[in-house]
Write a protein that binds this ligand. Sequence first.
Ligand SMILES: [Mn+2]
Length: 410
Amino acid sequence: MGSERGSVPPEIANAYPEDTIRIMLATDNHIGYMERDPIRGQDSINTFKEILQLAVKHQVDFILLAGDLFHENKPSRECLYRVMALLREYTFGDKPIQVELLSDPDEGKAAETSFPAINYEDPNLNVSIPVFSIHGNHDDPQGAGPEGALCALDVLSVTGLINYMGKFDLPLGAANAADDPVAASASGIAVRPVLLRKGNTHLGMYGIGNVKDARMHFELRSNRVRMYMPKDKDNWFNLLLLHQNRVRHAAQESVPEGMFDDSVDLVVWGHEHDCRIVPEPVAGKNYYITQPGSSVATSLADGESMQKHVALLEIQGKEFCVKPIPLRTVRPFVLESVVLSEVAEDQGFELTDQMAIMKFLKRKARLSLLDLHFHLWLNLTIAGERTYRSSKRALGRTQRRGCRGGRRRA
Ligand SMILES: [Mn+2]
């Protein structure tokens, strides 16, 4: 990206593999979504498997997830079992780890244990692709007490399958800091980074797991989000990972894009399901935002019908580059509206004839899907041959098509 930040997505001018950190970027996998559904039940886990396979194929240094790995706060036993099996299958092995951990491996480790918080620092584990994740609003630690303070990611972390970051202690009574700032006056949000080095590249990852938007808003406004940056922070690539509303729903029910520390280089924004993975500059700021979007559609919204992607994020020194990768296992999703009173005459049915209306709608849905299948097939076939540049253009087109409104809960 040289020095100026423009509207063109950043690139790395001269890439040296020994200095380039390669990251598989994904988020909001919502594993377990509709798991009892006979047709869609396996969708989320299938796509998670595809993402792990892509990580292996692209020989990434690690995988970075921005929350909502699980759809349910207490995932079913089968759901946990399958995620654990996949992580063990694809992220353990002999491939050497090339990112050196410079921060304290014990930061955030489990109480009364001797093993480190970062799985590949444990000599008893043979990790090939570390997975780093924050929690989302679906899989967050809820409440206090020995069980309430734990979430599903804690379970994966204590088994050495993921590296759970961005969990900061919520002092009792501080959860509603926005309603009661006095009760929360002693807290604020302390963000301690995971510090990594590969060759000459230094990467600081600052994770903030989901909190209520009103609280995040309050903490940012009050300048109470304290990021513990190394003294020579300008020599680091500083990546911020968060899981909050980006689209404004009502006052303080989202987090403004421009409120983060000036030392941040890239924000990875989880929670929003629309794919806006190509980095977007933020007015008046030095950082970009990449919003990978979910890997499974969980609501009837325009944004969910856009092509879903993960990305290969490459970082070298202060330069970075995001290469979107379309996901092939995602169930195609078409959203169209039909005004029956406008088409009734053309189609020759009465508005009171339910049978005829159903017949018309079924036919319409079938044709829309056929049309989509054809275009998907065309896109995916050609995407394989395309250069990165042209797939970025295609992504832009998909995004513009899918950008129309649509309120929803992610
Ligand atoms: Mn979410």
